[in-house]
Write a protein that binds this ligand. Structure first.
Ligand code: THU
Length: 129
């Protein structure tokens, strides 16, 4: 199954009663497995989580370590851009050259790299002694 198909399908399971904005994410790990996530909102709004965060959590729980490719989809006029926090979360597990595909449910898409999404990112390298 393609990442587009997987993210499109899983998006239907998003829990977004407050924003009514369902998001689906699918990533392929460097080990070749697909991991999925959706946004999960909460009545205490800041407790909600994004689709990308869910897919990353699923990847780590499954024992995979790195993202080879990730795709995000939502019903919006232009391809959905990951929020700032998710850009940082993706960068933790993906090299700067990794492709992030942003999609709409109507068929528009845009391919960007992690470096384009988060230039000058903070990483563990800055904490090296
Ligand atoms: N959202 C995501 O899940 N991923 C994104 O990249 C953008 C925003 C969610 C968070 C919230 O549940 C809803 O979309 C509206 O912000």
């Amino acid at each position: 199954m393609s990442l587009l198909e997987a993210a499109t399908r899983v998006r239907e399971n998003a829990y977004a009663p407050y924003s009514r904005f369902k998001v689906g994410a699918a990533l392929r790990s460097t080990a070749g497995h697909i991991h999925l996530g959706v946004n999960v909102e909460n009545a205490a709004y800041p407790e909600g989580t994004c689709a990308e965060a869910g897919a990353i959590a699923a990847m780590i729980a499954a024992g995979d370590a790195r993202i080879a490719e990730i795709l995000v989809i939502a019903d919006c006029p232009e391809p959905v851009p990951p929020c700032g926090g998710c850009r940082q979360k993706i960068a933790e597990f993906a090299g700067p050259e990794v492709v992030v595909t942003l999609c709409t449910t109507s068929g528009k898409s845009r391919r960007m790299t992690v470096a384009e999404l988060l230039p000058g990112s903070f990483s563990a390298a800055y904490m090296a002694p």
